[in-house]
Design a protein around this ligand. Sequence first.
Ligand SMILES: [Zn+2]
Length: 206
Amino acid sequence: MKKGLVVSVVLLITTLFIFPSSTAISAAVRSVCIDPGHGGADIGTSNGGITEKDLNLNVANKLASILIANGYTVYQTRTTDVTLSNRDRYTFCNGAWADILVSIHHNGSTNPDIDYSTALYMKKSDVDLARSLVNTLSGKLGTTNNGINRFASGVLIKAKMPAAISEGFFLTSSYEYSLLTDGTDKRAQDEAQALYEGIVSYFATH
Ligand SMILES: [Zn+2]
């Protein structure tokens, strides 16, 4: 143990010496605060027996697993079905000093034919993250890309880091409902993968 530790320290010092600053900086672990929208008494939109709060949490948990497996640090505002205020959400993410905040939602409409991806931003520093997310969502899910829209969400306004709300697709869409009830959970897994790829793409240039 002790000998191994000494070897590790020597290797670390050697590495830092041979590859100055740039290596040390690029090796920094990126952190993501995932915020599954709604929860508890607040169910969000719904379709049949599927509530937005449950779908948001399912996608969030899948995204967290992918991020952790790829070496990212993850904070998550809720991992169970609890009611949270916007204040609870941004306070948690700000307190964690996360690099970015990604809030996961799904859209709703009275028209079951409407379905598209969009991402919401508020601050100028949110724009690139929102754009990256909607592009990978639309690309991987095969949905219409409705681009990004400015939205005065309490979470986005108060977040100290770049933040965006993902609206992956319309839960109320009859097409999405058929995918969500095919018994495979593939739609949620694909969405989580798309969000992951959007995050990686954002970090590649920020
Ligand atoms: Zn929502």
